[in-house]
Design a protein around this ligand. Sequence first.
Ligand code: PMP
Length: 427
Amino acid sequence: MTKPSLLERRYAVLGKHSPLFYDEPLHIVRGEGVWVYDVDGNRYLDVYNNVPHVGHCHPCVVEALSKQAATLNTHTRYLHENIVRYAERIVATFDASLSMMMLACTGSEANEIAIRMARAHTGGLGLICSSDTYHGNTASVFELGTIFNPETFSPAENVRTVPPPDSYRALHGLEGEALANAYAAEVQRAIDSFTHAGIKLAAALFCPAFTNEGLINAPQGFMDKAIKKVRAAGGLYIADEVQAGFGRTGHHWWAHQWDTVVPDIVTLGKPIGNGHPMSAVVARADLIEEFGARGMYFNTFGGNPVSCAVGNAVLDVLENENLMQNAINVGNYVLTGLEKLKDKHDVIGDVRNKGMFFAVDMVKNRATKEHAGDEAKRLVEFMLKNKILISRIGRNGSVLKMRPPMPFTTEHADLLLATLAEAFQSL
Ligand code: PMP
C-alpha cells in the first residue's frame, strides 16, 4: 500500500475546508529574509507574507526568543522589565493621547477587546464597519467580516456596514470632496439606522489603509468627516492596524497617521512578533483604566516575557535596519515599475501602494472596471510556477496583493517586476 501524501493526511485530520493556497499546495520547510524554500530545496521570493515583518527567521528575533525562553516564561501578573519596556516603546510611536496598552495573542482577540472597551465606555452596542472587510474570527468580530462569507453574510443586529470609501470605483462616479461627503453620508445613514432601531452607537471600526477591501485609496477628508459623525453620535473610532501597522506604510509607524484623525483605540497584530503570536490594544488611558476597573482583564499568554522579548527585538530590527525608510524607497521603486506595466496591459485597471504594500486592481475592461478575478487567479499561479509568492484580495479576488517582508530590496523588486511582466504577457 502506498503511503498517504501529506495533503491526504492533512485532509484526514483538518478537513478539506482548512484553506490552502494554490491549485497544488506549496510545502515550504525553511525561510530566510525574503526567501522561503520548499521541501525539494526550491527557493521562492516571498512577496506575500507580512507577518515575518523583519524577514523570515531574523537572527536577532530568534536569539531574543530563545534567550528569554531559556530564562523565564510566565505571564503579566508578575513584574517584568520586558513588558514595561515594550509598552513604553510602543506607546511612544503614537499620539500622546494614546498612552496605554494591553497585550493579547491574535488580531481577532485585540479587536474583540477593543469592541468590549468601546461598548463599556459608551454603553452602546452598535458597530459600523466597511462592507468588504475582515477583522477576525472570534464571535463578535466575525460578525463584521464580509469578505470570507459574502453569500451568506447578513449583518448582525448590532452591525451596520458602509461601502468602502474607494476612489477608483467611486460611489456615484463622484470625485474629490463630493466623494468624501458621499461616503461620510453613508456613515451618517448607518448611524441613523441605529437610531431608528433604538440601538446606541459604540464605535466605528476601520482598517485605516482599507487593506482587506483591496488597499483602496480613500478620498481625502473621508476619515475626518466620517469620524466627526461617529463622535457626534457618541461613538468611538477603533483603528484596526493589524495588517497595515508597524511602519509598512513607510512614512509613519501606523497607517492612521496618514490622516489627521487620532483614533480612540488601535489594535495591532500580525507583524508585531515576526510570526510569534502576539497582539495589542493601544488606547486612551481613560479607556484602559475604565475597562480595567470594571473587571479584571487577564490573558494567560498575552504579554508574557518571551513575547515581549520578541516584540522588543522586532522594534530593534526595524530601527537598526532603517526598514521604514526602505519601505519608502523600495515602495516607490516598485510602484514606478507597476505603473509601467499598467501602461502596457489593459487588464491592469489601477495600481496602488502604501509603502511596502502593493495592490494591482485587475479589470476585464477599463471602462466598466469589471473585476478580473479569473485572470488574477491565473496570474498568481503563474507567479508560483516562477517561484514568486503573491496573492489576491477584494470581494472578487481580482486585486493582486503584495506585501513582502520589509527587508525587500530593489534587486528583489527587479525580479518581481520582470516576472510580473512575463505573467501579464502570458494572460
Ligand atoms: N484585522 C485585520 C485587518 C486582518 O487582516 C486580520 C487577519 N487577516 C485580523 C484582524 C485578524 O487577525 P488574526 O488572524 O491574528 O486573528
